[in-house]
Ligand binder design. Structure first.
Ligand SMILES: [Zn+2]
Ligand SMILES: [Zn+2]
Length: 171
């Protein structure tokens, strides 16, 4: 994920770029998930007036496949996160990334942006009903006869999912 900033040496001029790379899905912190294809980054960069700092603005575009956090079915989701970062020669601080030499490696900035922006819960659809907390049936597919005492308990679906996974692994 490299931009060659020597392509333009003029300050204040937007230069478009596009790059892509297959990234390791470990950063997603979801053991069930994978990237579908490379992560694409497309946007522009500007060399600032000091002739050294570089501002990068881009879209980070990718798809993942994972399991719905409520019902456990396989889902595929496409994301588009906005990246706007300042790259300073040699020095990384809390507010900027560093570059060294004539190229900017975006991988760290892109990885951190994905980690920060990925929703904490990914569901197959907004109205996913999840699993019955008693019998573990997928309530999107069928109704069960259990009376759900914990109807409003957000953890009910999760515990049912865990039960479901346990009973599957026992087989
Ligand atoms: Zn679901
Ligand atoms: Zn049930």
């Amino acid at each position: 994920m490299i931009i060659n900033i020597l392509k333009t040496k003029r300050t204040g001029v937007k230069t478009n770029f596009e790059c892509q790379k297959n990234l390791n899905a470990d950063m997603l912190f979801r053991p069930d998930s994978k990237f579908k294809g490379p992560v694409k980054v497309a946007g522009n960069y500007i060399i600032e007036d000091n002739n050294s700092d570089v501002t990068v603005r881009a879209d980070i575009i990718f798809e993942i496949s994972c399991l719905c956090d409520r019902c456990g079915v396989k889902v595929e989701k496409a994301f588009n996160f906005k990246l706007k970062e300042l790259f300073v020669f040699g020095v990384e601080t809390d507010v900027n990334y560093a570059y060294n030499g004539e190229v900017i490696d975006l991988e760290k900035a892109v990885t951190e942006s994905i980690m920060a922006n990925l929703p904490t819960q990914i569901v197959c659809k907004d109205k996913c009903k999840g699993l019955c907390s008693v019998c573990g049936v997928n309530l999107n597919e069928k109704k069960c006869k259990c009376k759900e005492k914990d109807d409003n308990n957000p953890f009910a679906a999760l515990s049912a999912l865990k039960k479901n996974i346990k009973s599957q692994t026992k087989k």
